[in-house]
Design a protein around this ligand. Structure first.
Ligand SMILES: C[S@@+](CC[C@H](N)C(=O)[O-])C[C@H]1O[C@@H](n2cnc3c(N)ncnc32)[C@H](O)[C@@H]1O
Length: 281
């Protein structure tokens, strides 16, 4: 039977049999001497903030979007849930996380339970292009590093707009096309062009605005991103393989994916942006 695009994306992010990633994470935590029955959010930092600059980037975006306990938040492409758990624990907000990869949703649910946040967060498998929520439901639509896999950007931003209340914000943190030079594969979201849908800054702006948003903040954080990759490469060279890290998700290709990302951003073929946009009245 032919593999659907959704299955291809899931297989990319969770290539091994179900349960494998969580077992590897537990093993990694044990190797680090962590008590998996008394986990803290910080114990998971190396593996559950699945985007450039990890927790630092999540903290910055949360500040830019001014997240508070009054916000009902949706995290589109919530992954293993590090960012949603950070938002829920630091502000007291409630979060719905949706992600196309069923296994990530199951792991995120288990990790939220283990760190005592099950009451604030609900994860479910869904496609960001068909959100299982009604209009005017959320105060904040949060998304980090998923749009690279999404070809239909118009639909992506209009779904975000639809489920937001009037006055609600979208907080977006994504790699985009830079100079137009070809990018070097594999990168974390794509082994080749078939699952890569980066567009440039002008097109991204146009899609966001066409969906109905007013862009309030737009920051290019490419330089910080290169510095982060360089720091990590240096640490990896000094310390060797780590017990816990993103290699537990994407396997032995991870080092070359990270190296290519660093080179793509340094060469200008990929940029990294933070955006806050508002659904006006
Ligand atoms: C790099 S991870 C980012 C996870 C999380 N946002 C984070 O920053 O930790 C990319 C995620 O995008 C998800 N994804 C890709 N396309 C999607 C779609 N159309 N709808 C929902 N999730 C999607 C993948 O399943 C994967 O979990």
């Amino acid at each position: 039977m032919e593999t659907s695009f959704e299955e291809t994306i899931q297989q990319h992010w969770a290539p091994d049999p179900p349960g494998t990633i969580l077992s590897r994470i537990k093993q990694g935590l044990l190797e680090l001497g962590k008590d998996i029955d008394a986990l803290t959010q910080d114990d998971l930092l190396a593996v559950d903030e699945f985007h450039i600059r990890g927790r630092e980037a999540t903290t910055e975006l949360a500040t830019l979007a001014d997240v508070s306990n009054e916000d009902r938040v949706i995290d589109l492409g919530s992954g293993l849930g590090g960012p949603s758990r950070y938002l829920a624990s630091t502000t007291g907000c409630c979060v719905d996380g949706i992600d196309l990869t069923a296994e990530y949703c199951a792991i995120a649910t288990e990790l939220a339970r283990r760190v005592g946040l099950a009451a604030n967060i609900n994860y479910q498998r869904a496609n960001a292009l068909e959100l299982p929520f009604g209009e005017d439901t959320f105060d904040l639509a949060w998304t980090q590093h998923i749009s690279m896999n999404i070809q239909d950007k118009a639909r992506f931003f209009s779904e975000m707009f639809r489920i937001l209340k009037v006055g609600g914000r979208a907080a977006i943190y994504d790699p985009i096309c830079g100079s137009g030079e070809p990018i070097r594969f594999p990168v974390p979201w794509a082994r080749d062009d078939s699952t890569n849908f980066l567009i440039d800054a002008n097109k991204t702006r146009r899609h966001i605005e066409k969906a109905g948003f007013r862009i309030e903040k737009w920051h290019d954080v490419s330089e910080k991103s290169v510095a982060w990759f360089e720091k990590n490469a240096k640490l990896a060279a000094e310390k060797g393989p780590q017990a816990l890290g993103l290699h537990l998700l994407l396997g032995s290709d991870w080092p070359v994916m990270a190296k290519n990302m660093a080179e793509n951003i340094a060469a200008g073929s990929i940029s990294v942006i933070q955006v806050v946009a508002r659904k006006g009245s």
